[in-house]
Design a protein. Structure first.
Lengths: 147, 101, 518
């Protein structure tokens, strides 16, 4: 343990120094807050609205597809380590496994999950049956009145 | 410096409890999601520790299955969350109030 | 180098294999994968995969053909189950695939049950999907996969397989609950089901891990061997593991106090999915629960029986009392399904052979009753799947006498009126409880069925009440169509409920044979 002592000393000293300087500047520095100083950015354009946080659903979709196919590989590793011993048995079982995974891949492609660029709709847009163009006009009208 | 297996078991139990409590008290669906992952990984730690203590490979093999199942759950869960919160700003469980009685 | 333990773990010659001298090794003991032992499961999974490829490859997409294909797959798996039943009758039960799967009467009983649910579920789904304009084969694919998970839960001889079966069942069901993703209720049901389902799976898995730590194996046979050979088997870790397993199963079968998701999910999910959930997921949950507790933890009986007693009482009372105050038919049926779970738990609590046979019989007959009931709910819900308040049933007999009659039969059977399978099922589990000397539980069961009869009768009376003019007008403008496939489901479930209520021997023998073969 003795050889770690300098590191511990260093850690303690660093923490003390950082803490003391924060404390010192808070105690000693003058505080004259103005609106400009409290803005997120002190220079540049004044922000008028929150930035858009929404990504296209396609990003999530690709991430999900990646996660699921990535994790399937977990079964290939143990097999790859001893596949010589497993011989034909291992090969057959792995082909069965790969086929099952592949079918879901075919389904994804056929559904357009991997098409980039302009969206080709395979199915009509998913809207509630109660939503018509009239109700949309009403809804947007209300939103604009409120704004 | 080596630790007794029971330390790992206690750690796993603590992590599992944190996950379970978090799932029940937090309102953000994504955080609830992370809590599920916390619980599953606590189970993984338990399994690996037991496998080591029992000198048996079975527990470690089980971890593979847990990992895959957890991934599948994550993907399905994320899909549902994306579908439900597409038109909303925050992902809060309190917004889910249509079904009650 | 070969076989020497290093870091406490046995080396199985990995390094040697990499060095390219396999002849110096003891050959691996390869498991014998008997696909025939899992034929019905594989037929369902194969059917799902074929359906996916079909949809991907063929441009023309006739939805009725998918339904017909799913029905054919269900019938094929029913046939395979029947062949296995005959085989087990001749050669006795056995385990297969390195002891991971067991082929006995019990597992085949559930294979038959699940296959029937697949057939009826596909018929129910077809016209529903057409009416709601939900395109794509996902309903059938997910239902087939989910059912294969249910079968794996019933035939698992290893807690790992039980867990995988549980997950295959549940993950598909989460998506199915949110299938009608234009309806906010459906999406909300999906996320509620998902969060609580994931929680219960994690709890279940922790139970598996603790049982593994305490007994050194996840194989049910080896656990039994350990429990029988050890002097003081009931240590804290093992009991905690068993308790967590019970909680995990309790969520799936909707036992109080783990039932909170049930009413919301049943109400929000598309009606045919709810029917499938009530029949299939409950049967699967009990398939795992009954096998693990009856067959494996039998020696710990004195430890889990009191807990199950409390669960059963709470489930019976909460289910039937809260059903009375509901105004939505799907919530009523959800609470009634909770109280039915209580009756199956009575059979488990009795912990004797009659209790097991009674539970199996109950699950089989309940599946038919609840599938039929949700067919009626789907029909009355009309387009939009929204009209589920009890008022929608007022005066149904005047508009659709046959439908009202079928629903009456199914509801009364659930209430336990004599000459129906529902009565026999309740009688069976309660007499098992009496045989197991749980008199108080038997009494509470009877009491709860009396309370439950109230809300079943309330719906029945509503249907036979006359409508006022306003509603009659509405009925004319919005006629209630009964597609042929729905009529088939209704006819089958009503016929089963009544015929085997009058002639009970074949089904009771089937359930009893299923327990003898374990």
């Amino acid at each position: 343990m003795a050889e770690y002592l300098p590191i511990f000393t260093m850690l303690v000293l660093a923490t003390l120094f950082a803490g003391l300087s924060f404390f010192g500047s808070a105690m000693l520095g003058p505080k004259k807050p103005t609106r400009a100083k409290e803005a997120p950015y002190e220079c540049g354009i004044v922000p008028r609205s929150e930035p858009a946080e929404r990504f296209p659903v396609r990003f999530y979709l690709v991430a999900m597809i990646f996660v699921i196919f990535d994790i399937e590989i977990i079964f290939l590793y143990p097999w790859a380590v001893i596949f010589r011993q497993l011989d034909l048995f291992g090969l057959v079982e792995m082909i069965v496994f790969a086929l099952a995974v592949f079918v879901s891949f075919v389904y994804l492609i056929s559904n357009g999950a991997l098409d980039w660029g302009p969206v080709k709709r395979m199915r009509p847009a998913a809207t509630a049956p109660s939503r018509t163009s009239d109700s949309t006009v009403r809804r947007i009208g209300r939103a604009e009145e409120a704004a | 410096m080596s630790l007794d297996g029971s330390w790992y078991l206690c750690l796993a139990a603590a992590v599992f409890t944190i996950g379970a409590v978090g799932l029940l008290v937090r309102r953000n669906v994504l955080v609830m999601f992370m809590c599920v992952e916390l619980m599953l990984n606590a189970v993984n730690l338990t399994l690996v520790t037991f496998a080591r203590m029992l000198d048996d490979i079975g527990g470690q093999a089980l971890v593979f299955f847990v990992l895959v199942v957890a991934a599948a759950e994550v993907v399905v869960g994320l899909g549902i969350i994306v579908a439900i919160f597409r038109r909303r700003v925050g992902a809060t469980a309190d917004d889910l109030h249509l079904l009650r009685g | 180098m070969n076989g020497l333990p290093m870091n406490g773990l046995p080396m199985n010659g990995l390094l040697v294999a990499q060095a390219g001298q396999p002849e110096g090794l003891a050959p691996l003991e390869l498991p014998n994968v008997e696909y025939s032992a899992m034929a019905p499961h594989l037929i369902l999974i194969g059917g799902a995969l074929v359906l996916l490829v079909w949809v991907a490859m063929v441009r023309r997409r006739p939805p009725w053909a998918w339904a017909a294909f799913t029905v054919a797959v269900g019938l094929a798996s029913l046939g395979a189950s029947w062949l296995m039943w005959l085989d087990v009758g001749r050669n006795g039960p056995r385990t297969a695939v390195a002891d991971a799967v067991v082929v006995d009467g019990y597992s085949i009983f559930f294979m038959v049950l699940v296959s029937v649910i697949v057939v009826l579920g596909a018929l129910m789904g077809e016209s529903f999907l057409k009416r709601e304009d939900i395109r794509g084969p996902e309903f059938y694919v997910l239902m087939l996969l989910s059912s294969s998970g249910a079968m794996f839960m019933a035939s698992a001889n290893d807690l790992v397989i039980t867990f995988l079966g549980l997950e295959i069942l549940s993950i598909a069901l989460y998506v199915l609950a949110g299938l009608d993703n234009r309806r906010m209720e459906s999406r909300e049901a999906a996320i509620k089901y998902f969060v609580l389902g994931a929680f219960s799976s994690a709890v279940f898995l922790y139970g598996v891990a603790l049982v593994y730590g305490a007994t050194g194996s996840t194989n049910l046979g080896e656990i039994v061997g350990y429990l029988q050979s050890s002097v003081a088997p009931a240590n804290g870790v093992l009991l905690a593991g068993v308790a967590l397993l019970l909680v995990g199963f309790g969520f799936k079968v909707a036992a109080v106090p783990f039932h909170t998701w049930t009413p919301d999910v049943y109400q929000g999910a598309p009606s045919p999915v709810t029917g499938f959930m009530a029949a299939g997921a409950k049967a699967a949950g009990f398939a795992g629960l009954l096998r693990v507790f009856f067959a494996t933890f039998d020696t710990l009986k004195l430890d889990w029986q009191p807990i199950v007693w409390v669960l059963a009482v709470a489930t019976l009372l909460v289910g039937s009392v809260l059903a009375i105050v509901q105004e939505d038919i799907k919530r009523v049926l959800a609470y009634s399904s909770i109280s039915h779970a209580g009756f199956v738990l009575i059979g488990l609590q009795a912990a004797n052979e009659k209790g097991l046979a009674g539970s199996l019989y109950y699950l089989l007959t309940y599946a038919f009753m609840v599938l039929g009931s949700f067919t009626v709910v789907t029909l009355v819900g009309r387009k939009g799947d929204a009209r589920h308040d009890l008022d929608a049933y007022r005066g149904l007999s005047a508009r659709r006498p046959a439908l009202a009659l079928a629903f009456t039969v199914l509801l009364l059977a659930q209430a336990g009126i004599p000459f129906t399978t529902g009565f026999l099922a309740k009688f069976y589990v309660i007499s098992a409880a009496v045989e197991g000397r749980s008199y108080s539980l038997a009494l509470i069961g009877m009491l709860s069925s009396v309370v439950a009869a109230f809300f079943y009768l309330r719906i029945t009376v509503l249907m036979y009440m006359s409508t006022d003019e306003e509603e009659a007008e509405e009925a004319r403008t919005e006629p209630l169509a009964i597609p042929r496939s729905m009529a088939v489901v209704l006819a089958v479930s009503v016929a089963f409920t009544v015929a085997f209520g009058l002639l009970p021997a074949p089904v009771i023998d089937f359930a009893r044979d299923a327990t003898l073969l374990i």
